[in-house]
Design a protein around this ligand. Structure first.
Ligand code: PLP
Length: 393
């Protein structure tokens, strides 16, 4: 037999391993020092009350006459309809069967690639969420990297010489926190339609957008229904990182090669999954109720307060950054020309603050650094104060 040798082409991700090692070594040498963790991309606030109530009720259903066995593979109608209605609030008209419930964005970001030939060229805007590259390396697809940088505010646009069949766009972006405007997204949509490409839009952080003018969904852009699919998650929106639920929107108008992508995904799901658990889908549906929306926005407000606190410190220090406003990440240029790891070590050793070195998200992340806003308000405030004291000239 033969194994998939493409796995040999995967770069071992040293980033989080290296961070953990350096942090563990520091903690061992300094057991009395409290670490302030602004590195993690995981949420810290618990699920909101509306979700917890719905989960409890669903557990009780499973104990009695409302027991549910197998769920529909593509998602329960009650949840698909709730998500359809959520989009309708933004004037995006979807059919419920254009919404597919998933166990989270990661699962679908990887699985969706089964629909695409391995000959396709993939375009990733770097710095990028590492799964886009790795999932395609596993399939052996060629990858072109479009480098983002300070000069384009980490929001690169397509150029005439770009040749790609699958495009990844993540907005609000992890790791940079940058958000595409309507005009920027329109250029990517036009590129995809003109070049017969498919755009995979990762909207995992859409709930953090506060500027009215910034699109929450690619389907707010004219032309997207013929070139895009959207992958979304309740992980950061509603604290579902450990509970697991997300959704993928595939318009029925998305066709390539004489094939319908929505129909292909129905065929894929009905073959390869037995759906997401009833209990979890009930909890997820509660996110889209008026009470659920109010409560998840309250949690997001707390994370945003963290961002405001750190941005005020960065402004005081005159450090360049992007993100923070419509996203739970702040991406800074390391001060005094420091490298990402040099800055990491400085913050760890001098003020016990942990962030994420930018080069872990692609070569052009070197010299940059990511702070996550998912930590506790008290730790974030202390981290901001210590950073000002350390870096003030
Ligand atoms: N997409 C982006 C950009 C992310 O940052 C993450 C998680 O951090 C995911 C997808 C994965 O989300 P999920 O927890 O739904 O798998």
């Amino acid at each position: 037999m033969k194994l998939n040798t493409c796995y040999n082409d995967l770069k071992t991700s040293y980033l989080f391993h290296d961070i953990a090692q350096r942090v563990a070594a520091y903690q061992k040498a300094n057991p009395d020092k409290k670490l302030l963790r602004l590195g993690i991309g995981d949420v810290t606030l618990p699920l909101c009350g509306a979700v917890i109530d719905a989960l409890h009720e669903a557990v009780d259903d499973q104990a009695g006459k409302d027991f549910h066995g197998y769920m529909p593979e593509c998602g329960a109608d009650f949840l698909r309809e709730a998500i359809r209605d959520y989009y309708a609030e933004r004037k995006i008209v979807l059919d419920a069967d254009e919404v597919f419930v998933s166990s989270g964005a990661s699962d679908n970001l990887g699985d969706i690639l089964e629909l695409f030939s391995k000959d396709n060229t993939v375009c990733v805007l770097e710095p990028a969420y590492p799964a886009y590259v790795d999932a395609n390396v596993m399939d052996g697809r060629p990858i072109v990297r479009v480098a983002a940088g300070k000069e384009n505010h980490f929001l690169p646009l397509p150029t005439d010489d770009l040749q790609a069949d699958i495009l990844y766009i993540c907005s609000p972006n992890n790791p940079t926190g940058a958000v595409f405007t309507r005009e920027g997204l329109k250029q990517w949509v036009d590129y995809a339609n003109k070049n017969d490409a498919i755009l995979i839009y990762d909207a995992a952080y859409e709930a953090f957008i506060e500027d009215e003018s910034i699109p929450h969904s690619i389907f707010e852009i004219e032309g997207a229904r013929t070139c895009a699919l959207e992958i979304c998650s309740l992980s950061k929106t509603a604290g579902f990182t450990g509970t697991r639920c997300g959704y993928t929107v595939i318009p029925k108008t998305l066709e390539r090669d004489g094939m319908n992508v929505n129909a292909m995904w129905v065929r894929n799901r009905t073959t390869k999954t037995n759906g997401v658990s009833y209990i979890i889908q009930k909890g997820a549906a509660a996110v889209f109720t008026p009470e659920g929306q109010k409560q998840v926005q309250e949690n997001i407000r707390i994370y945003k307060q963290n961002a405001k606190c750190l941005m005020a410190a960065l402004d005081e220090l005159g450090i360049w950054y992007t993100g923070g406003k419509n996203a739970p990440y702040i991406w800074i240029q390391c001060p005094d020309g420091m490298g990402s790891w040099e800055f990491f070590d400085l913050l760890l050793n001098e003020i016990q603050v942990i962030g994420t070195p930018g080069e872990g998200f692609g070569k052009c992340g070197e010299g940059y650094f990511r702070f996550s806003m998912f930590g506790s308000p008290a730790d974030t405030k202390l981290a901001a104060e210590r950073m000002v004291a350390l870096l003030r000239k």
